[in-house]
Design a protein around this ligand. Structure first.
Ligand SMILES: Nc1nc2c(c(=O)[nH]1)N[C@H]1C(S)=C(S)[C@@H](COP(=O)(O)OP(=O)(O)OC[C@H]3O[C@@H](n4cnc5c(=O)[nH]c(N)nc54)[C@H](O)[C@@H]3O)O[C@H]1N2
Ligand SMILES: Nc1nc2c(c(=O)[nH]1)N[C@H]1C(S)=C(S)[C@@H](COP(=O)(O)OP(=O)(O)OC[C@H]3O[C@@H](n4cnc5c(=O)[nH]c(N)nc54)[C@H](O)[C@@H]3O)O[C@H]1N2
Ligand SMILES: [Mo]
Length: 590
């Protein structure tokens, strides 16, 4: 590398470009609205790390301020775009819309009124909500096994609960969700090892860790506020071990606007104490190597294993029996590197193992998670403060969707409580998750698809297959705030309907969301910048309730009562274990 290239090298993540982006956006003509929205008492839209809510837009659950990142500004900015004008869909025909890139779609602005594309027509046309409900009535009067939903974890808990309750009342268990493409391996793996698929580390607990092992995550780009925690852990003398085939520059050094002085004076904070670069896809081998080394260095907490775990002998035997040569060849790291890593975390009292897509989006994703979880158990890092396993969840309310029962694998206790509420046994067998949904659609098994947010077309690994599959479905409803590729490429056989809804900070009623660290936030009611005679937007809760009323009326419950989100919270409190306190939120608000 020559001198010029060296001097242009980026040496820290975050930093000046972040501040520049903040300044550009917040000083722009939309700046005032942007600041108001960032300060709105509702959870951040960007990722499941979660900030904001009742304590204020910039405050996290530990009461720390300045907890808004560049991604947060980006997410809010794009929801604050003007509405799509009345003549837009008249002017542009389908072929033109289909030539747009993903970014161009997003930049069209907010959907402001419902539109319908009928088979064979070249233009989306504006329709009334009455027409929408008429279409819904027809579309949902189909055999329950041919009705499916897909959701992206951005809507509220109340909308998520309503979605699954409506589907379960119809007798359908086809509740695909974006998490199927994301942390499904974590949920399955963690449930096998611990019985619960969520993080065991709260923010408060993370703050007491001596060490974080961060595996397959690009947090500087996707969960920037996790970086603030890593910086503070390093400042206390804690260790950060990164496991990532690629050097992500922000994981080596990160300059956070939350610590402006350090950012300016030192050009950022050091993040990685140790940076391991295994061969992609080899994390299970690396963790078996770490386990083998813990055994050899006598760093296994035998008492802990004996008193708190079962079948630990088979894990120990497997690590003992796997030859070093197999391990080092598979993961591409030397025995010395693995031993040094095991010695580093094996000698510390409180270690958090955290991970994201680098280990879940692998063919052997579940094995990866199990090998990480077993390593945590061997070192006694489960069931105490400052330690444990921490999947870093994706979308801002993806965990809430799971908690609310939007899953094809519903927990027995929830199934029983919902069956009691609906007065009939639930169908909880079969059910299409996201991949199975595409395959079923391809085989012509789906008549109606209801997408609560997201981009089912674009999220699929094989776009040709997704397009063909979606084209076999008679009616698709896309509930969305703004356009994406799926709205123009993922078209139904007969009717494709796009339904505009409010973003989280615009809802005319309070809602709740749950962060990846199990923290439930109360989102205050808000208002929308989208005004004018052509604007005809409603909330997701109102939309879902209106459809349920039209399709089911008072069968088996009075669906019209669910317009009231406080009533939905009472139903959640009654039927979702661990959520009892949500029923009092309207009084306590925290
Ligand atoms: N603003 C905003 N924020 C978001 C989102 C959003 O839409 N908007 N989306 C959210 C969602 S849904 C998600 S899932 C997260 C994604 O967050 P991440 O999971 O952090 O995102 P990726 O970019 O997939 O990063 C994967 C990392 O794994 C590494 N990697 C690749 N292969 C391997 C391997 O074999 N082993 C190991 N150990 N590492 C590997 C890659 O180099 C990369 O650094 O972001 C969330 N954050
Ligand atoms: N090529 C590719 N495929 C991927 C991934 C990838 O990085 N690249 N990531 C994978 C992962 S980890 C995930 S989680 C999935 C994500 O898959 P999805 O969640 O299906 O896709 P997104 O692109 O995040 O969805 C964005 C859309 O959500 C809508 N939206 C935003 N806010 C709201 C809201 O409040 N309400 C409603 N109703 N709609 C809203 C907007 O229309 C926006 O365009 O994709 C997976 N597939
Ligand atoms: Mo994700």
């Amino acid at each position: 590398m020559n001198e010029r290239e060296t001097s242009n090298k980026i040496e820290a993540g975050g930093g000046f470009p972040v501040l520049q982006y903040w300044a550009e956006k917040t000083l722009s003509p939309q700046g005032v609205k942007l600041w108001q929205t960032l300060n709105h008492k509702s959870a951040c839209l960007a990722c499941a790390w979660g900030t904001g809510g009742q304590k204020g837009g910039f405050v996290n659950e530990a009461g720390e301020s300045l907890q808004r990142c560049l991604k947060s500004v980006e997410a809010v900015t794009s929801e604050l775009m003007p509405g799509i004008k009345t003549d837009f869909f008249h002017t542009y025909h389908l072929a033109q819309l289909q030539s747009l890139t993903s970014l161009e779609c997003d930049r069209l602005g907010r959907f402001s009124y419902p539109v319908l594309l009928k088979a064979g027509e070249s233009h989306y046309q504006r329709i009334s909500w009455e027409e929408v409900y008429r279409l819904a009535e027809q579309a949902f009067h189909q055999p329950s096994e041919t009705i499916a939903s897909y959701s992206s974890g951005r809507s509220s808990n109340e909308a998520a609960y309503l979605l699954q309750l409506f589907f379960r009342a119809l007798g359908s268990n086809n509740l695909a969700d974006c998490s199927d493409l994301c942390h499904a391996a974590s949920t399955v793996g963690l449930k096998q090892v611990f019985g619960s698929g969520t993080s065991m580390v709260s923010l408060e607990s993370l703050k007491q860790a001596d060490c974080v092992v961060l595996i397959g995550s690009n947090a500087p780009a996707n969960h920037p506020r996790l970086m603030n925690e890593l910086i503070q852990i390093r400042d206390r003398g804690g260790k950060i071990i990164i496991i990532n085939p690629q050097i992500e520059v922000g994981l080596v050094k990160f300059s956070s606007p939350a610590f402006p002085i350090k950012s300016l004076l030192r050009g950022g904070s050091d993040i990685s104490t140790l940076y391991l670069q295994p061969i992609p896809g080899s994390d299970t081998a690396l963790f078996v190597g770490l386990q083998k080394s813990l055994i050899e260095q006598n760093l296994v907490r035998w008492d802990y294993l004996k008193s708190h775990t079962e079948n630990w002998q088979s894990v120990i035997d497997y690590a003992r029996q796997t030859p070093w040569e197999t391990i080092t060849k598979t993961c591409g790291l030397s025995r010395e590197e693995i031993e040094a890593t095991a010695a580093l975390f094996g000698n510390l009292e409180r270690v958090v193992f955290a991970w994201a897509m680098g280990v879940t989006q692998q063919e052997n994703g579940v094995d990866n998670i199990i090998s990480i979880a077993n390593t945590a158990l061997m070192t006694g890092n489960a069931g105490k403060i400052g330690a444990g396993t921490m999947p870093i969840r994706g979308h801002s309310n993806v965990q809430g969707f799971g908690s609310m029962g939007v899953t094809v694998r519903l927990r027995q206790e929830i199934a029983e409580a919902l069956a009691q509420l609906l007065g009939k046994p639930l169908n909880i067998t079969g059910g299409y998750d996201t991949r199975a949904l595409i395959e079923a659609a391809e085989r012509g098994k789906i008549n109606t698809l209801f997408c609560l947010g997201g981009n089912l077309y674009g999220a699929n690994p094989d776009l040709n297959q997704a397009k063909k599959a979606l084209a076999q479905i008679d009616t698709i409803f896309y509930v969305a705030t703004k356009p994406n590729l799926g709205h123009f490429q993922g078209l139904a056989r007969q009717n494709t309907v796009i339904l505009p809804v409010f973003a989280r900070f615009e809802n005319p009623h309070p809602t709740t969301t749950e962060s990846g660290n199990n923290f439930v936030r109360f989102n205050e009611r808000g208002s929308s910048h989208l005004q004018g005679s052509h604007v005809d937007i409603i909330s997701e809760v109102e939309l879902l309730t209106n459809i349920a009323v039209k399709v089911l009326g008072t069968n088996p419950i009075d669906w019209s009562r669910l317009h009231d989100t406080a009533y939905i919270r009472q139903l959640i409190a009654k039927t979702i274990p661990g959520y009892q306190k949500i029923g009092q939120l309207d009084q306590t608000q925290t």
